[in-house]
Design a protein around this ligand. Sequence first.
Ligand SMILES: Nc1ncnc2c1ncn2[C@@H]1O[C@H](COP(=O)(O)OP(=O)(O)OP(=O)(O)O)[C@@H](O)[C@H]1O
Ligand SMILES: [Mg+2]
Length: 396
Amino acid sequence: MKMLKVGTVIVVDGEGKARDQHGNDVTKFVPKHKIRALKGDDSICMELIKTKTGGTQPAGRTQLRIRDRSLYDSLVAQAKPLTQLDNRNDEGQEDVERFIQDSMALKPENLLISPIKWKYLVRSVVRGKNIMMTGPSGCGKTLAVQSVAKALDGRPFFYFNLGATTDARSTLIGNTHFNKEKGTYVADSLFVQAIQTPNSIILMDELTRATPDAWNILITVLDENQRYLRIDEKPDTPTVKVANGVTFIATANIGSEYTATRVLDRAMLDRFSAIVEMEPLGLEDEVKLLTMTYPNLNEDTVAHIAAIAAHTRHQVKAEDAKVSTSISSRLTVEMAGLIHDGFSLADAAEVCIYPFFSDAGGAESERTYMKQLVQKYLPTEQQGNTPWENNDQITK
Ligand SMILES: Nc1ncnc2c1ncn2[C@@H]1O[C@H](COP(=O)(O)OP(=O)(O)OP(=O)(O)O)[C@@H](O)[C@H]1O
Ligand SMILES: [Mg+2]
Protein backbone atom coordinates (compact mmCIF):
# COMPACT_ATOMS: atom_id res chain seq x y z
CA MET A 1 0.00 0.00 0.00
CA LYS A 2 1.56 3.29 -1.04
CA MET A 3 -0.99 5.88 -0.05
CA LEU A 4 -4.51 6.25 1.19
CA LYS A 5 -7.31 5.99 -1.31
CA VAL A 6 -10.42 8.17 -1.44
CA GLY A 7 -13.08 6.47 0.66
CA THR A 8 -10.65 5.23 3.28
CA VAL A 9 -11.98 5.73 6.79
CA ILE A 10 -9.55 5.71 9.68
CA VAL A 11 -9.57 5.62 13.45
CA VAL A 12 -6.64 6.22 15.79
CA ASP A 13 -6.20 4.32 19.02
CA GLY A 14 -4.84 5.55 22.39
CA GLU A 15 -1.28 4.74 21.27
CA GLY A 16 -1.53 6.89 18.17
CA LYS A 17 -1.81 3.97 15.73
CA ALA A 18 -4.13 4.57 12.77
CA ARG A 19 -6.21 1.78 11.23
CA ASP A 20 -8.38 1.78 8.14
CA GLN A 21 -11.73 0.03 7.81
CA HIS A 22 -10.01 -3.15 6.58
CA GLY A 23 -7.86 -3.32 9.69
CA ASN A 24 -4.61 -2.20 7.98
CA ASP A 25 -2.12 -0.15 9.95
CA VAL A 26 -2.02 3.11 8.00
CA THR A 27 -0.24 5.31 10.59
CA LYS A 28 2.57 6.30 8.28
CA PHE A 29 0.18 7.64 5.64
CA VAL A 30 -1.69 9.95 8.01
CA PRO A 31 -0.30 13.45 8.81
CA LYS A 32 0.87 13.79 12.43
CA HIS A 33 -1.54 16.56 13.33
CA LYS A 34 -4.47 14.42 12.16
CA ILE A 35 -3.25 11.57 14.32
CA ARG A 36 -3.12 13.94 17.28
CA ALA A 37 -6.63 15.17 16.56
CA LEU A 38 -8.05 11.66 16.52
CA LYS A 39 -5.86 9.96 19.11
CA GLY A 40 -7.84 8.10 21.73
CA ASP A 41 -11.15 9.73 20.74
CA ASP A 42 -13.56 6.95 19.96
CA SER A 43 -16.50 9.16 19.05
CA ILE A 44 -14.96 10.24 15.74
CA CYS A 45 -13.17 8.90 12.68
CA MET A 46 -11.84 10.48 9.49
CA GLU A 47 -12.75 9.85 5.90
CA LEU A 48 -10.54 10.65 2.94
CA ILE A 49 -12.67 12.58 0.48
CA LYS A 50 -12.16 14.47 -2.71
CA THR A 51 -13.00 18.15 -2.35
CA LYS A 52 -15.76 19.57 -4.52
CA THR A 53 -16.22 23.02 -5.99
CA GLY A 54 -17.72 25.58 -3.66
CA GLY A 55 -15.84 24.48 -0.53
CA THR A 56 -13.02 26.20 1.33
CA GLN A 57 -10.44 24.14 -0.57
CA PRO A 58 -9.87 24.05 -4.34
CA ALA A 59 -11.84 21.26 -5.97
CA GLY A 60 -10.25 17.89 -6.73
CA ARG A 61 -7.90 17.71 -3.74
CA THR A 62 -8.05 14.92 -1.22
CA GLN A 63 -8.74 15.74 2.37
CA LEU A 64 -9.28 13.90 5.62
CA ARG A 65 -12.62 15.00 7.08
CA ILE A 66 -13.83 14.32 10.60
CA ARG A 67 -16.83 12.03 10.71
CA ASP A 68 -18.90 10.40 13.36
CA ARG A 69 -17.39 7.11 14.53
CA SER A 70 -20.55 5.26 13.48
CA LEU A 71 -19.36 5.54 9.84
CA TYR A 72 -16.25 3.51 10.63
CA ASP A 73 -18.19 0.97 12.66
CA SER A 74 -20.75 0.41 9.93
CA LEU A 75 -18.04 -0.11 7.30
CA VAL A 76 -16.30 -2.67 9.49
CA ALA A 77 -19.59 -4.47 10.05
CA GLN A 78 -20.28 -4.61 6.30
CA ALA A 79 -16.82 -5.75 5.32
CA LYS A 80 -16.92 -9.12 3.67
CA PRO A 81 -14.65 -11.77 5.08
CA LEU A 82 -11.51 -11.73 3.02
CA THR A 83 -11.94 -15.29 1.93
CA GLN A 84 -15.09 -14.34 0.05
CA LEU A 85 -13.72 -11.65 -2.22
CA ASP A 86 -14.73 -12.65 -5.68
CA ASN A 87 -14.32 -9.50 -7.68
CA ARG A 88 -11.63 -8.22 -9.90
CA ASN A 89 -11.78 -4.60 -8.88
CA ASP A 90 -9.74 -2.90 -6.23
CA GLU A 91 -12.04 -3.56 -3.31
CA GLY A 92 -9.92 -4.88 -0.49
CA GLN A 93 -6.86 -5.03 -2.74
CA GLU A 94 -4.40 -4.52 0.10
CA ASP A 95 -6.10 -7.18 2.15
CA VAL A 96 -5.88 -9.66 -0.68
CA GLU A 97 -2.18 -8.96 -1.10
CA ARG A 98 -1.54 -9.33 2.59
CA PHE A 99 -3.63 -12.46 2.79
CA ILE A 100 -1.74 -14.13 -0.05
CA GLN A 101 1.61 -13.12 1.43
CA ASP A 102 0.58 -14.61 4.77
CA SER A 103 -1.06 -17.69 3.31
CA MET A 104 1.93 -19.97 3.93
CA ALA A 105 0.85 -20.00 7.55
CA LEU A 106 -2.43 -21.59 6.42
CA LYS A 107 -0.75 -24.46 4.58
CA PRO A 108 -1.09 -27.64 6.62
CA GLU A 109 2.22 -29.22 7.49
CA ASN A 110 1.24 -32.55 5.99
CA LEU A 111 0.89 -31.10 2.49
CA LEU A 112 4.18 -30.75 0.66
CA ILE A 113 3.90 -28.21 -2.11
CA SER A 114 6.18 -25.42 -3.27
CA PRO A 115 5.37 -22.02 -1.69
CA ILE A 116 4.72 -20.43 -5.07
CA LYS A 117 2.19 -23.09 -6.10
CA TRP A 118 0.41 -22.88 -2.77
CA LYS A 119 0.20 -19.09 -3.01
CA TYR A 120 -0.97 -19.30 -6.61
CA LEU A 121 -3.67 -21.75 -5.57
CA VAL A 122 -4.83 -19.55 -2.68
CA ARG A 123 -4.77 -16.48 -4.89
CA SER A 124 -6.75 -18.16 -7.66
CA VAL A 125 -9.40 -19.31 -5.20
CA VAL A 126 -9.69 -15.89 -3.56
CA ARG A 127 -10.00 -14.32 -7.01
CA GLY A 128 -12.69 -16.74 -8.13
CA LYS A 129 -10.75 -18.29 -11.03
CA ASN A 130 -11.61 -21.64 -12.52
CA ILE A 131 -8.66 -23.73 -11.45
CA MET A 132 -7.28 -26.89 -12.96
CA MET A 133 -4.91 -29.01 -10.89
CA THR A 134 -2.85 -31.30 -13.07
CA GLY A 135 -0.31 -33.97 -12.27
CA PRO A 136 0.17 -37.69 -12.15
CA SER A 137 -1.89 -39.91 -9.88
CA GLY A 138 -1.18 -39.70 -6.17
CA CYS A 139 0.92 -36.51 -6.19
CA GLY A 140 -1.35 -34.58 -3.84
CA LYS A 141 -3.86 -32.82 -6.11
CA THR A 142 -6.94 -33.72 -4.11
CA LEU A 143 -5.11 -33.16 -0.85
CA ALA A 144 -4.02 -29.68 -1.98
CA VAL A 145 -7.57 -28.66 -2.87
CA GLN A 146 -8.97 -30.01 0.37
CA SER A 147 -6.26 -28.13 2.23
CA VAL A 148 -7.00 -24.84 0.51
CA ALA A 149 -10.72 -25.24 1.19
CA LYS A 150 -9.93 -25.85 4.85
CA ALA A 151 -7.62 -22.83 4.93
CA LEU A 152 -10.47 -20.65 3.64
CA ASP A 153 -12.96 -22.20 5.99
CA GLY A 154 -15.41 -19.34 5.78
CA ARG A 155 -16.47 -20.70 2.40
CA PRO A 156 -18.85 -23.61 1.76
CA PHE A 157 -17.04 -26.56 0.18
CA PHE A 158 -18.56 -29.17 -2.12
CA TYR A 159 -16.84 -32.27 -3.42
CA PHE A 160 -17.83 -34.21 -6.54
CA ASN A 161 -15.92 -37.19 -7.79
CA LEU A 162 -16.62 -37.06 -11.50
CA GLY A 163 -14.37 -40.05 -12.11
CA ALA A 164 -16.76 -42.23 -10.16
CA THR A 165 -19.92 -41.04 -11.89
CA THR A 166 -21.40 -43.01 -14.69
CA ASP A 167 -24.65 -41.11 -14.91
CA ALA A 168 -23.57 -37.50 -15.41
CA ARG A 169 -27.09 -36.15 -15.76
CA SER A 170 -28.33 -37.40 -12.43
CA THR A 171 -25.16 -36.34 -10.61
CA LEU A 172 -24.91 -32.88 -12.13
CA ILE A 173 -28.52 -32.02 -12.79
CA GLY A 174 -30.80 -34.37 -10.92
CA ASN A 175 -33.30 -37.08 -11.57
CA THR A 176 -36.46 -36.64 -13.53
CA HIS A 177 -39.51 -37.69 -11.54
CA PHE A 178 -43.18 -37.87 -12.27
CA ASN A 179 -46.21 -37.47 -10.08
CA LYS A 180 -49.81 -36.60 -10.78
CA GLU A 181 -49.79 -33.13 -9.20
CA LYS A 182 -46.53 -31.82 -10.60
CA GLY A 183 -46.25 -33.83 -13.79
CA THR A 184 -42.64 -34.38 -14.80
CA TYR A 185 -40.12 -32.48 -12.70
CA VAL A 186 -36.41 -32.53 -11.96
CA ALA A 187 -35.23 -33.03 -8.38
CA ASP A 188 -32.15 -30.87 -7.95
CA SER A 189 -28.86 -32.63 -7.52
CA LEU A 190 -26.34 -31.59 -4.87
CA PHE A 191 -24.35 -30.02 -7.71
CA VAL A 192 -27.27 -27.73 -8.59
CA GLN A 193 -27.45 -26.67 -4.95
CA ALA A 194 -23.68 -26.16 -4.86
CA ILE A 195 -23.57 -23.83 -7.85
CA GLN A 196 -26.36 -21.75 -6.33
CA THR A 197 -24.46 -21.31 -3.06
CA PRO A 198 -22.66 -17.95 -3.16
CA ASN A 199 -18.90 -18.07 -2.56
CA SER A 200 -18.75 -21.83 -2.53
CA ILE A 201 -15.67 -23.79 -3.55
CA ILE A 202 -16.63 -26.70 -5.79
CA LEU A 203 -14.12 -29.46 -6.31
CA MET A 204 -14.74 -31.51 -9.43
CA ASP A 205 -12.32 -34.32 -8.80
CA GLU A 206 -10.96 -36.41 -11.65
CA LEU A 207 -12.47 -34.38 -14.45
CA THR A 208 -10.32 -36.28 -16.93
CA ARG A 209 -12.14 -39.47 -16.02
CA ALA A 210 -15.59 -37.93 -16.46
CA THR A 211 -17.77 -38.96 -19.37
CA PRO A 212 -18.29 -36.72 -22.42
CA ASP A 213 -21.84 -36.24 -21.12
CA ALA A 214 -20.51 -34.58 -18.02
CA TRP A 215 -18.23 -32.36 -20.08
CA ASN A 216 -21.13 -31.20 -22.23
CA ILE A 217 -23.12 -30.23 -19.16
CA LEU A 218 -20.17 -28.43 -17.58
CA ILE A 219 -19.09 -26.47 -20.61
CA THR A 220 -21.60 -23.62 -20.06
CA VAL A 221 -21.23 -23.78 -16.28
CA LEU A 222 -17.51 -23.14 -16.51
CA ASP A 223 -17.68 -20.49 -19.22
CA GLU A 224 -16.91 -17.12 -17.60
CA ASN A 225 -19.44 -15.41 -19.85
CA GLN A 226 -22.21 -17.95 -19.44
CA ARG A 227 -22.01 -19.46 -15.97
CA TYR A 228 -25.28 -21.34 -16.16
CA LEU A 229 -26.42 -24.92 -16.14
CA ARG A 230 -28.95 -26.06 -18.69
CA ILE A 231 -31.48 -28.45 -17.20
CA ASP A 232 -32.37 -29.97 -20.51
CA GLU A 233 -30.75 -30.21 -23.91
CA LYS A 234 -33.83 -28.80 -25.61
CA PRO A 235 -33.55 -25.12 -26.46
CA ASP A 236 -35.52 -22.70 -24.24
CA THR A 237 -35.46 -24.99 -21.25
CA PRO A 238 -34.80 -23.44 -17.85
CA THR A 239 -31.25 -22.74 -16.75
CA VAL A 240 -29.71 -22.43 -13.30
CA LYS A 241 -27.39 -19.48 -12.79
CA VAL A 242 -24.06 -19.95 -11.04
CA ALA A 243 -24.09 -17.76 -7.90
CA ASN A 244 -21.59 -14.99 -7.31
CA GLY A 245 -18.18 -15.88 -6.00
CA VAL A 246 -18.34 -19.59 -6.80
CA THR A 247 -14.88 -21.04 -7.46
CA PHE A 248 -14.57 -24.22 -9.50
CA ILE A 249 -11.53 -26.41 -9.05
CA ALA A 250 -11.01 -29.46 -11.22
CA THR A 251 -8.33 -32.09 -10.92
CA ALA A 252 -6.96 -33.80 -13.96
CA ASN A 253 -5.19 -37.05 -13.60
CA ILE A 254 -2.43 -36.61 -16.06
CA GLY A 255 0.69 -38.70 -16.13
CA SER A 256 4.01 -36.89 -16.29
CA GLU A 257 4.34 -38.23 -19.80
CA TYR A 258 1.26 -36.35 -20.98
CA THR A 259 0.34 -32.72 -21.14
CA ALA A 260 -3.11 -31.47 -20.23
CA THR A 261 -3.88 -30.65 -23.85
CA ARG A 262 -3.53 -34.23 -24.96
CA VAL A 263 -5.96 -35.53 -22.42
CA LEU A 264 -8.52 -32.76 -22.19
CA ASP A 265 -10.60 -31.32 -24.91
CA ARG A 266 -9.27 -27.90 -25.90
CA ALA A 267 -12.64 -26.21 -25.25
CA MET A 268 -12.70 -27.66 -21.76
CA LEU A 269 -9.13 -26.69 -20.97
CA ASP A 270 -9.73 -23.12 -22.16
CA ARG A 271 -12.33 -22.69 -19.46
CA PHE A 272 -9.70 -22.90 -16.76
CA SER A 273 -7.77 -19.69 -16.39
CA ALA A 274 -5.44 -20.98 -13.68
CA ILE A 275 -3.52 -24.20 -14.12
CA VAL A 276 -1.64 -25.48 -11.10
CA GLU A 277 0.74 -28.18 -12.14
CA MET A 278 1.52 -30.51 -9.25
CA GLU A 279 4.66 -32.54 -9.57
CA PRO A 280 5.78 -35.70 -7.84
CA LEU A 281 7.94 -34.97 -4.81
CA GLY A 282 11.70 -34.97 -5.03
CA LEU A 283 13.74 -37.43 -2.98
CA GLU A 284 14.24 -35.11 -0.03
CA ASP A 285 10.57 -34.16 0.24
CA GLU A 286 9.54 -37.78 -0.11
CA VAL A 287 11.72 -38.67 2.89
CA LYS A 288 10.21 -35.73 4.77
CA LEU A 289 6.67 -36.88 3.99
CA LEU A 290 7.30 -40.46 5.06
CA THR A 291 9.12 -39.43 8.24
CA MET A 292 6.36 -37.03 9.10
CA THR A 293 3.69 -39.66 8.52
CA TYR A 294 5.50 -42.49 10.32
CA PRO A 295 8.02 -40.94 12.71
CA ASN A 296 9.00 -44.31 14.20
CA LEU A 297 9.97 -45.93 10.94
CA ASN A 298 13.60 -46.93 10.50
CA GLU A 299 15.58 -44.25 8.67
CA ASP A 300 17.07 -46.66 6.15
CA THR A 301 13.68 -48.11 5.28
CA VAL A 302 12.33 -44.62 4.64
CA ALA A 303 15.36 -43.76 2.52
CA HIS A 304 14.95 -46.97 0.50
CA ILE A 305 11.27 -46.48 -0.23
CA ALA A 306 11.94 -42.90 -1.26
CA ALA A 307 14.86 -43.94 -3.46
CA ILE A 308 12.82 -46.62 -5.26
CA ALA A 309 10.03 -44.11 -5.94
CA ALA A 310 12.48 -41.41 -7.04
CA HIS A 311 14.13 -43.86 -9.42
CA THR A 312 10.82 -44.58 -11.17
CA ARG A 313 9.91 -40.88 -11.33
CA HIS A 314 13.18 -40.18 -13.03
CA GLN A 315 13.06 -43.26 -15.23
CA VAL A 316 9.55 -42.63 -16.57
CA LYS A 317 10.77 -39.39 -18.12
CA ALA A 318 13.90 -40.88 -19.66
CA GLU A 319 14.13 -41.21 -23.42
CA ASP A 320 14.48 -44.98 -23.34
CA ALA A 321 12.22 -45.34 -20.31
CA LYS A 322 12.24 -48.80 -18.77
CA VAL A 323 8.92 -48.21 -17.05
CA SER A 324 5.76 -46.50 -18.22
CA THR A 325 4.48 -45.39 -14.84
CA SER A 326 6.03 -44.18 -11.62
CA ILE A 327 5.50 -44.85 -7.93
CA SER A 328 3.38 -42.09 -6.41
CA SER A 329 3.50 -40.63 -2.92
CA ARG A 330 0.17 -42.30 -2.29
CA LEU A 331 1.97 -45.62 -2.78
CA THR A 332 5.06 -44.76 -0.76
CA VAL A 333 2.86 -43.67 2.16
CA GLU A 334 0.95 -46.94 1.82
CA MET A 335 4.18 -48.95 1.79
CA ALA A 336 5.49 -47.12 4.84
CA GLY A 337 2.19 -47.90 6.59
CA LEU A 338 2.55 -51.60 5.83
CA ILE A 339 6.10 -51.68 7.14
CA HIS A 340 4.95 -49.78 10.20
CA ASP A 341 2.48 -52.64 10.73
CA GLY A 342 5.20 -55.28 10.55
CA PHE A 343 5.44 -56.11 6.84
CA SER A 344 8.88 -56.39 5.29
CA LEU A 345 9.98 -54.09 2.48
CA ALA A 346 9.85 -57.10 0.14
CA ASP A 347 6.22 -57.77 1.14
CA ALA A 348 5.26 -54.13 0.79
CA ALA A 349 6.77 -54.01 -2.69
CA GLU A 350 4.90 -57.17 -3.60
CA VAL A 351 1.49 -55.67 -2.87
CA CYS A 352 2.08 -51.97 -3.53
CA ILE A 353 4.52 -51.82 -6.41
CA TYR A 354 4.42 -54.88 -8.69
CA PRO A 355 0.70 -54.79 -9.56
CA PHE A 356 1.30 -51.45 -11.26
CA PHE A 357 3.94 -52.85 -13.60
CA SER A 358 3.11 -55.21 -16.40
CA ASP A 359 4.70 -58.65 -16.43
CA ALA A 360 4.29 -58.99 -20.19
CA GLY A 361 7.61 -59.82 -21.80
CA GLY A 362 9.00 -62.00 -19.00
CA ALA A 363 12.61 -61.15 -18.20
CA GLU A 364 12.27 -57.94 -20.24
CA SER A 365 9.06 -56.86 -18.54
CA GLU A 366 8.55 -53.73 -16.46
CA ARG A 367 7.77 -55.91 -13.48
CA THR A 368 11.10 -57.69 -13.72
CA TYR A 369 12.83 -54.35 -13.94
CA MET A 370 11.06 -53.22 -10.77
CA LYS A 371 11.84 -56.45 -8.96
CA GLN A 372 15.51 -55.98 -9.74
CA LEU A 373 15.36 -52.41 -8.58
CA VAL A 374 13.67 -53.28 -5.29
CA GLN A 375 16.15 -56.10 -4.78
CA LYS A 376 18.97 -53.60 -4.53
CA TYR A 377 17.36 -52.01 -1.51
CA LEU A 378 16.34 -55.13 0.40
CA PRO A 379 18.23 -56.03 3.55
CA THR A 380 20.25 -59.25 2.98
CA GLU A 381 17.84 -61.49 4.90
CA GLN A 382 15.02 -60.54 2.52
CA GLN A 383 17.00 -61.14 -0.67
CA GLY A 384 16.24 -64.18 -2.81
CA ASN A 385 18.57 -66.11 -5.09
CA THR A 386 17.25 -64.74 -8.32
CA PRO A 387 15.90 -61.26 -7.92
CA TRP A 388 12.67 -61.73 -9.84
CA GLU A 389 11.70 -64.88 -8.04
CA ASN A 390 12.13 -63.39 -4.65
CA ASN A 391 8.93 -63.60 -2.65
CA ASP A 392 7.02 -65.36 -5.40
CA GLN A 393 7.06 -68.71 -3.68
CA ILE A 394 3.91 -69.58 -1.84
CA THR A 395 5.47 -72.42 0.12
CA LYS A 396 9.06 -73.01 0.99
N1 LIG B 1 2.44 -33.43 -2.14
C1 LIG B 1 2.02 -34.24 -1.16
N2 LIG B 1 2.09 -33.84 0.12
C2 LIG B 1 1.66 -34.65 1.09
N3 LIG B 1 1.13 -35.87 0.90
C3 LIG B 1 1.02 -36.31 -0.34
C4 LIG B 1 1.46 -35.53 -1.45
N4 LIG B 1 1.24 -36.21 -2.57
C5 LIG B 1 0.69 -37.37 -2.21
N5 LIG B 1 0.54 -37.45 -0.87
C6 LIG B 1 0.00 -38.61 -0.15
O1 LIG B 1 -0.69 -39.40 -1.11
C7 LIG B 1 -2.08 -39.44 -0.83
C8 LIG B 1 -2.86 -39.27 -2.10
O2 LIG B 1 -2.81 -37.94 -2.55
P1 LIG B 1 -4.00 -37.32 -3.41
O3 LIG B 1 -5.24 -38.10 -3.21
O4 LIG B 1 -4.06 -35.88 -3.13
O5 LIG B 1 -3.45 -37.58 -4.87
P2 LIG B 1 -4.05 -37.13 -6.27
O6 LIG B 1 -2.99 -36.34 -6.95
O7 LIG B 1 -5.36 -36.49 -6.07
O8 LIG B 1 -4.19 -38.52 -7.02
P3 LIG B 1 -5.26 -39.03 -8.12
O9 LIG B 1 -4.88 -38.37 -9.39
O10 LIG B 1 -5.04 -40.49 -8.18
O11 LIG B 1 -6.60 -38.65 -7.62
C9 LIG B 1 -2.33 -38.34 0.18
O12 LIG B 1 -3.39 -38.67 1.03
C10 LIG B 1 -1.01 -38.25 0.91
O13 LIG B 1 -0.92 -39.25 1.89
MG1 LIG C 1 -7.30 -37.16 -6.55
